[in-house]
Design a binder for this molecule. Sequence first.
Ligand code: PLP
Length: 228
Amino acid sequence: MAENLSRVRAAIDRACDRANRDPSEVRLLPVSKTQPTEKILAAYEAGVRIFGENRVQEAAGKAAELAAHADLRWAMIGHLQTNKAKDVAAFADEFQALDSFRLAETLDHRLQQADRSLDVFIEVNTSGETSKNGLPPGEVAELAIALQQFDRLRPRGLMTIAANTDDQDQVAACFRTMIEVRRQLQDDDRIDADYGELSMGMSGDFELAVEHGATTVRVGTAIFGTRR
Ligand SMILES: *Cc1c(COP(=O)(O)O)cnc(C)c1O
């Protein structure tokens, strides 16, 4: 596990080098979905303190099972239905797939009840693929403005899953769209929050994502192996 982690980290650092970026700007978020808790513990032993998961029930179960590790945190990275907001509000530290006003409203309400707060990323559909979640780039600012009324949500940035293709130009175009959307938010006088973080890049495209400005890469298979 430690070897897998350092191999991925080294690849991130080399991509930073190519792009003249400071490696400390790029966070590696290991994605442990479908993986057993033994592997999570092995990564924990190797120094990982936050894990990405995409299914609420599975993540809540793991969080309960590993509750003795008080410094272990959870980032929910998958699409969330409003009726599961309560569970996420109870244990997650970060939610990367925010894509509707109604979900934001429900999360904020549940977080108030739990007396917690949550780091959030707005998910952007940069590929235009209808199978993908997230807001079209042109609708992100409107949600960012609306989020300002919810004090339990702490906006941190934007998240995307790039086009699922071997065509590097098409994947890079998705990453460039993220830079563009971030610039639009930064230039918008109606938005005070800083959407500086870009969560983009997975096992197959994280190096390209880093070269294009990713600040968080979400890597599963390349660290934990093939999913069951
Ligand atoms: C599963 C998943 C990942 C990690 O995928 P790998 O290809 O295994 O690295 C990243 N982001 C999201 C949103 C995921 O659901």
